[in-house]
Write a protein that binds this ligand. Structure first.
Ligand SMILES: Nc1ncnc2c1ncn2[C@@H]1O[C@H](COP(=O)(O)OP(=O)(O)OP(=O)(O)O)[C@@H](O)[C@H]1O
Length: 251
């Protein structure tokens, strides 16, 4: 990750002078105030910062879930801000993986069907080796025939993670993926995200408030007031909490 020159093949996803203003006139909120940042391929980045600093907005713009006011949201060489809705939907489905705090599984489908749903929609078959690796690594082998209501929260999030990873998307965006999990389940999800980066070359961008979760990442990007305020390289828990308390003191 770098805050310099984000265009180019090195970056899986990048923001270039990204601005997002919600509303108009006196009530307008400048959620992103000119963010330029690149996310290197095969790297795990955590985005942190105070509530309202623009973390979710940045992720949503980069993932094509929200439209920027100006600037570029690049996925590889594609500027998502220039795509028509129909094309954007296809890009999201075929090139991006998502893991949210709410697991967003379809209740009527089994775990196995939920995992392969995005590939099925795209008319693609899962790579059997990758599917096997993910199901085993996530401890889901004996849960594949279960529906979400028959699974624990941790198991549901692991199904959502397998679904996000099985299509080898260019980027996995994770928004507080451990927010609803107990610490053991959360650690399992974070370890698999880290391993997917190390072993599969997956690019992962995760928004989190949790320094323990962020310590799994290779880099931490700090936002404040809609701008990039800092970046930490392979920080541990202490370095992250120190940077966050520095941010709080500066406010
Ligand atoms: N749909 C919206 N309409 C109006 N304002 C919005 C909207 N979404 C976000 N905002 C505002 O934009 C700013 C950035 O919000 P954002 O959700 O990106 O912050 P965040 O860092 O993710 O916060 P949190 O940690 O609380 O989730 C905030 O001031 C927020 O109130």
């Amino acid at each position: 990750m770098s805050t310099q020159q984000p265009a180019g093949p090195l970056y899986a996803t990048a923001a270039v002078d990204l601005v997002k203003v919600y509303g108009t006139g006196a009530t307008a909120v400048r959620a992103l105030d000119g963010v330029t940042v690149g996310f290197t391929r095969a790297e795990f980045t955590a985005i942190m910062g105070p509530s309202g600093s623009g973390k979710s907005t940045l992720m949503h713009c980069l993932a094509g879930l929200d439209t920027a006011t100006s600037g570029q949201a690049l996925l590889g060489g594609t500027d998502l801000t220039r795509l028509a809705d129909r094309v954007l939907t296809k890009v999201r489905r075929e090139r991006i993986g998502f893991v949210f705090q709410a697991f967003n599984l379809l209740p009527q489908l089994t775990a196995a069907q939920n995992i392969t749903l995005p590939l099925d929609l795209a008319g693609r078959r899962p790579d059997p080796e990758l599917l096997d690796y993910l199901v085993t690594a996530l401890g889901l082998a004996d849960r594949l025939a279960h529906r979400p209501s028959e699974l624990s929260g941790g198991q549901q999030q692991r199904v959502a993670l397998a679904r996000a990873l099985v299509s080898r998307p260019e980027v996995v965006f994770a928004d507080e993926p451990t927010g609803n999990l107990d610490s053991a389940s959360g650690a399992q999800v974070l370890a698999l995200l880290r391993d997917a980066v190390r072993d599969l070359g997956q690019t992962v961008v995760m928004v989190t408030h949790d320094a323990t979760a962020a310590a799994y990442a290779d880099r931490v990007l700090l936002l404040a007031d809609g701008r990039v305020s800092g970046e930490l390289d392979r920080p541990g828990y202490d370095a992250i909490t120190h940077a966050l308390s520095g941010q709080a003191a500066a406010r």
